[in-house]
Design a protein around this ligand. Sequence first.
Ligand code: PXP
Length: 249
Amino acid sequence: MEKLRLGVNIDHVATVRNARGSAWPDPLRAAILAEASGADGITAHLREDPRHIRFADMDALRAGIGIPLNFECAATDEMAAIALRLKPHAVCLVPERREERTTEGGLDVAGDENRLTQYVAPLRAAGCRVSMFIGHAEAQIRASARIGAAVVELHTGHYSDLHAEGRDDAAETELEALRQGAALAHSLGLEVHAGHGLTYDNVAPIAAIPEVRELNIGHFLIGEAIFMGLGPAIEEMRRRMDQARLRRG
Ligand code: PXP
């Protein structure tokens, strides 16, 4: 099986910084440390209300890291203009609601297919790998392939919630749906990523899905960094991902 990449989402370093309106902790410093600790990419979500990552952070990240930058954003004109200026390695399109605490569901690609086809085209032409953050529904996966996305990132939030609640049967059912979604997406030529809510305790079954090439993990790692430091927190996640992959053979 191919090695699984780890994208580290540094949004919540900015959350802590913004809580005091200071200049620290610096998300770029976290990204550089993540890179040195084995991250394969950095993800940052520039929300329309820049509640964590800010415009200037995106510029600093683009200029300051040597690994791929995954620019996560809503499919708005403002974000397209920023993406076309920055030309990050990847652009991950997500749904956004102002009142949500985090990205709650997947993007409705099937319901917005014409607009998203036009939205994605200039990003592709600029050389960005465009990724759709979606649930595992077949219609969303097929629509993502049709609109010309290179990647789908499967939303693991529901699986993570069920796992945390100890609802093992329901978590297994959700996991199976994610497995089938990953297989379908791969068969359509899409690269498969996954993320949201992943922790040391729940990452192994997701890491073991053979079609999954990349995990994007943020909140748990930044929280764990309080106790063990960001470098060791990332290294431990990397170890668990690799172990799950090895066990699967
Ligand atoms: N992938 C996407 C598309 C996301 O929106 C998020 C959350 O910002 C993540 C991955 C990371 O999720 P978490 O912070 O729960 O690890």
